[in-house]
Design a protein around this ligand. Structure first.
Ligand SMILES: Cc1cc2nc3c(=O)[nH]c(=O)nc-3n(C[C@H](O)[C@H](O)[C@H](O)COP(=O)(O)O)c2cc1C
Length: 344
């Protein structure tokens, strides 16, 4: 069997998607020959170890483990207070006592402790969002035989990742669902789309380039290949697969006409991420200057999300989606993987 440079049969990565999947999706994609991913930004080290053990028990195929690499910000009580004030009318509407809302970490960054736990599993690929961990940790994982990948939203970020030891770069166009991977500049207004970004990154770096953002079907995969990509990373298209843990309100939104309107928003975590426009994005504006630094913005909205979801409403939920949700299908992830790979 011919192998892609990722170690998987197909040059197709199922994008790691924190909050909407665990190992079941990873395993299904790996079994179909793609590179399944396990996102760890919302998992404790112990939970990560359990998921990795489940993957290893189910398949010997290579897989990807993914982390965020932000620097956790110091708590800022004044900012938190003005952020909660922005939600005051909603807390009243839902009968929530703002004093009762715990400040939570939201998303955890990669740590040496996580690397220690990974060593037992030595995954074929480890990928990062928001930059790379310190060079000694990158080298340590490469010594196990891991390939290190990271997202770039600009040509400058792609060059930076190559210079800091990445084995391949994920060129994440602005169409992509979920968090923007930017780490050199916060200016989301200048981030190119996939069609513009991929060929420029291919020209700028020597390492393989993986195209991500807006790829929804086999034709999109073929287009990414034609632009010089060595592989593709696809997220949104997998959100309706039965192996994903996508919530009922999220699934309903993806299947509705609302999915045609996505925007970058910082309301849910403090960092720009692309999701389907919902009530809170319309009423507070998708980008709100009062939001605390990532990931501290998360806790204020969490109880509203729970209350609304209990009523079947996604008004306060992060409905992450890329600009092209037309590839979302309620079919097993293995079947979707093989259909997408037809384009290669
Ligand atoms: C629901 C969702 C969650 C995501 N979570 C992560 C994540 O945890 N880590 C990560 O590196 N990328 C994450 N992403 C971004 C993907 O890696 C990728 O860039 C994106 O899905 C590609 O665009 P597409 O959604 O249009 O296919 C997420 C994307 C979505 C849609």
């Amino acid at each position: 069997m011919r192998m892609s440079f990722l170690g998987s049969e197909l040059p197709l990565i199922q994008a790691p998607m924190a909050g909407v999947q665990l190992s079941a999706l990873t395993i299904a994609v790996c079994k179909a020959g793609g590179l399944g991913s396990l996102p760890c930004a919302m998992l404790s080290v112990e939970a990560m170890r359990n998921e990795l053990a489940a993957i290893r028990a189910a398949t010997e195929r290579p897989f990807n483990v993914n982390f965020f690499v932000h620097t956790p910000p110091a708590a800022d009580p004044r900012r938190e207070a003005s952020w909660r004030a922005a939600f005051a009318p909603y807390y009243r509407e839902y009968g929530i006592d703002p004093e009762s809302i715990p400040a939570g970490p939201g998303r955890a960054p990669f740590t040496a402790e996580a690397a220690d736990a990974l060593e037992e599993f030595k995954p074929a690929v480890v990928s990062f969002h928001f930059g790379l961990p310190p060079t000694d940790l990158v080298r340590r994982m490469q010594k196990w035989g891991c390939k290190i990948l990271a997202s770039a939203t600009t040509v400058d970020e792609a060059r930076w990742l190559e210079a800091h030891g990445a084995d391949a770069v994920i060129a994440q166009g602005v169409e992509a669902g979920g968090h923007r991977g930017n780490f050199l500049s916060d200016d989301i207004s200048t981030q190119p789309g996939t069609f513009a970004l991929v060929p420029q990154v291919v020209r700028a770096v020597k390492v393989p380039v993986i195209a991500a953002g807006g790829i929804a079907d086999a034709k999109g995969v073929a287009a990414a290949r034609a632009l010089g990509a060595s592989a593709v990373q696809i997220g949104t298209a997998y959100l309706l697969c039965p192996e994903a843990t996508t919530s009922a309100v999220h699934r309903a939104a993806l299947k509705s006409e609302a999915a045609r309107n996505t925007a970058l928003t910082n309301l849910f975590t403090g960092r720009p991420a692309r999701g389907i426009v919902n009530r809170v994005m319309r009423e507070l504006g998708p980008i709100n200057a009062a939001a605390p630094a990532f990931p501290l913005a998360t806790s204020a909205i969490t109880p509203l999300r729970s209350k609304a979801e209990a009523q079947g409403r996604g008004d306060f939920s992060p409905l992450w989606s890329g600009q092209n949700a037309t590839g979302c299908r309620e079919i097993p992830a293995g079947e979707l993987t093989r259909a997408l790979a037809q384009g290669w």
